[in-house]
Write a protein that binds this ligand. Sequence first.
Ligand code: HEC
Ligand code: HEC
Length: 391
Amino acid sequence: MLRYTKIAGLAIVLAVNYQAVAEEAKEEAKIFPPLAPLGEPPVPPDNKQSDAKVELGKILFFDPRIGGDTSTACSTCHEPSQGWAFSDDLSKGYPGTVHWRNSQTVINSAYYSKLFWAGSALSLEKQAPSAAKGGVAGNGENDLMEARLALIPEYRKRFNEIFGTEWPLIGDAWRAIAAFERTLIQRDTPLDKYLMGDKSSLNDQQIKGMDIFTGKGGCIQCHNGALATDEHYYNIGVPPSKRWEEDGLAQITFRFEMYAKGSNEELYRSAKADPGLYFRSKNKWDKGKFRVPSLRYTAHTAPYMHNGAFYTMEEVVDFYDRGGVDEEGRTTGWPDNKSPLIKPLGLTDSEKEDLLAFIEAFSGDEVTIEEPTLPKYAPLFTKAELEALEK
Ligand code: HEC
Ligand code: HEC
């Protein structure tokens, strides 16, 4: 087998035997960005944080009037007591639908450079309208949402003070929500403390688990750096949603999404699994690929994967140990695209226990807040003002 490596502009041809390949794999393992403590989240220069903006964003996050029929707030599917996500395999959807994907936590979403399972939104400011207006999520209309905000005096006052506009603009609502999300972070986990020098914050079992994570388990190949994700896309073999077999509404929602996202007719009729990144690239090699999620906060966000295929972390670890196959032998609906990095690991029971103990170190306590009181509607004009206007 021949392999070409370029060093300082010189092409060196190496004939390598199996042993050397294994050595090289070890070398490569070292070049993944190491796990690291999480810093402050990045803040875009055109949406600076302020206490008033964060407070407004928090109220809006819990307000179902930011949406279609005033039934569905961000918090409906990102419920603080459910890991700031929704603890069904597939998320709740807008009334009359079931979502076709698992709801992701918003904790630490401030650190991603691309959001959603297939990375389709590049900032929190762009993600929020996509959620509030998406047909199976908030299903809102800009004009109507803006009109509702205008009829709530407290919002008029707050938007005016923060953004300087006479009337609330919906684009500023997304900016406020994004600012609030930048406060929903967790960076004092046992792992952060350990990596910052407090060696007592991981126990011996967790330290053994960390070795498996970065070695035999190969998790570090994709779950690396401070956020435990390289933010690339892979098809790791997650089998299609079982829920689709039982829940016609979830299938209908999925077909609707296929259509809305511009799939060709053949795929629209035949797809039995979520094509993931393919929705965006229309490249057949992207079918079944998803953005690597962070492992932070996962102690609170079961079930796991883009379709909630696994209810426990034990199932996740067994799935990886089998090489991306579930206990019934099922794997991705797009097997041609399955990543070669996913292969049977041969972990012993105690190695699995160690790995599970280590994964817990990515999470601290639940992030809780005092939920805001929603401000009330009031007529824009008093009766006297209206009469004066009519004259
Ligand atoms: C009806 C349920 C529902 C509603 C309402 C909803 N979401 Fe989501 N949210 C989801 C689901 C499901 C996903 C994953 C969807 C996907 O990847 O296609 C998601 C993904 C996200 C993500 C991406 C996280 C990541 O790791 O990339 C953020 C951030 C988010 N939502 C914030 C919001 C905000 C802000 C609102 C309100 C404006 C909102 N959501 C409303 C269900 C919902
Ligand atoms: C080839 C890259 C790759 C490797 C190696 C890898 N993962 Fe993943 N991981 C992913 C991707 C991509 C997803 C999302 C897949 C999906 O939803 O279809 C994921 C999802 C997860 C999730 C679910 C998180 C959530 O929020 O739902 C957990 C937990 C996880 N991986 C743990 C691990 C562990 C433990 C290992 C090592 C045994 C590992 N991963 C190895 C790419 C990888």
